[in-house]
Design a protein around this ligand. Structure first.
Ligand code: PLP
Length: 282
């Protein structure tokens, strides 16, 4: 069976769909050699991309932080439409948009989109939850706010550390990670935002720590507030997660994955995951 995959490419101001096995990037691309670029993962569901706008905004912000040439929001919109045209409505897909420095030195950027089905394991985690370990990033919580060269808040292609952290978690028998600061403050997951329920509120750590501003967390918090569930930005610790009524890792592709084990300690969700899922699905 041919895998369900799509690729679309922007070149010279034009977008075209290309065969998934067609070579599209030069070996000299700075994105390949240095991870010098940014990306977004956009959910395709019911044949649509309902949350695309928030990803377009963040892609632009990431490009600004890296001083990358951005071909314009309309180009990215057309690219995603080309990649997701005719995508089956009953298959959730992950559309990854990549923008790199291309060949650098005044040459145009590379912009392309890949679309593939959301992996079965990701769908499983969405339904049954995840075991998580906390791992330190070794920087003080307020350091990245004063260190723009660390690119806090940008969704860069340099995810090798994030992937290594997840492999470390897998080797320890867990599914995923929550990164913490030198002092034990909460940051984020390698591909997700941390959210916890406590004191009748939903909480998430401040973006001033250099974490990514999660589009799924923003959507959840806006809808929770409108639904009478207060929200707060809180500089939490791992102890706060242990004491919370529920903890989730949120991302556009996986949705809200409830944390069922934290650093080896079983925990439940006080039945709150259904409400979170319902708010996200509205
Ligand atoms: N934090 C990091 C480091 C991520 O890679 C992601 C996923 O894209 C998120 C948070 C969650 O962002 P979103 O909800 O926009 O998918």
């Amino acid at each position: 069976m041919t895998a369900l995959r799509r690729v679309a490419l922007w070149t010279d101001g034009t977008v075209r769909a290309v065969a998934p096995d067609e070579p599209v990037v030069t070996a000299f691309d700075q994105g390949l050699g240095r991870g010098d670029g940014v990306f977004e993962s956009v959910l395709v569901t019911g044949g649509r991309t309902p949350h695309l706008d928030a990803h377009l905004t963040r892609l632009r912000r990431s490009a600004e932080l890296l001083e990358l040439t951005h071909p314009g929001e309309e180009a990215v919109r057309t690219l995603v439409a080309a990649a997701s045209a005719d995508w089956p409505a009953d298959v959730d897909g992950a559309c990854r948009v990549f923008l790199t420095r291309g060949l650098g030195a005044g040459e145009p950027p590379t912009l392309l989109a890949l679309l593939a089905a959301v992996p079965a394991e990701t769908l499983r985690q969405r339904e049954t939850g995840i075991a998580v370990v906390t791992l330190s990033l070794g920087v003080p919580a307020d350091f990245r706010a004063t260190a723009p060269w660390l690119l806090g808040g940008a969704k860069t292609l340099s995810y090798a550390v994030n992937m290594a952290a997840q492999r470390h978690a897998h080797a320890a028998g867990a599914d995923d990670v929550v990164f913490t600061s030198l002092e034990g403050r909460l940051f984020e997951g390698p591909t997700s935002t941390v959210v916890w329920a406590a004191d009748g509120r939903l909480h998430t750590p401040p973006v001033e720590t250099g974490i990514l501003a999660g589009t799924t967390q923003a959507r959840l918090f806006a809808r929770a507030e409108a639904d009478g569930w207060p929200t707060a930005v809180t500089a939490g610790t791992v102890a706060d997660l242990h004491e919370a009524d529920a903890v989730w890792l949120l991302s556009g592709i996986r949705g809200a994955a409830r944390v069922t084990r934290l650093d080896g300690v079983q925990r439940d969700d006080a039945g709150l995951t259904a409400r979170v899922a319902e708010l996200l699905a509205r």
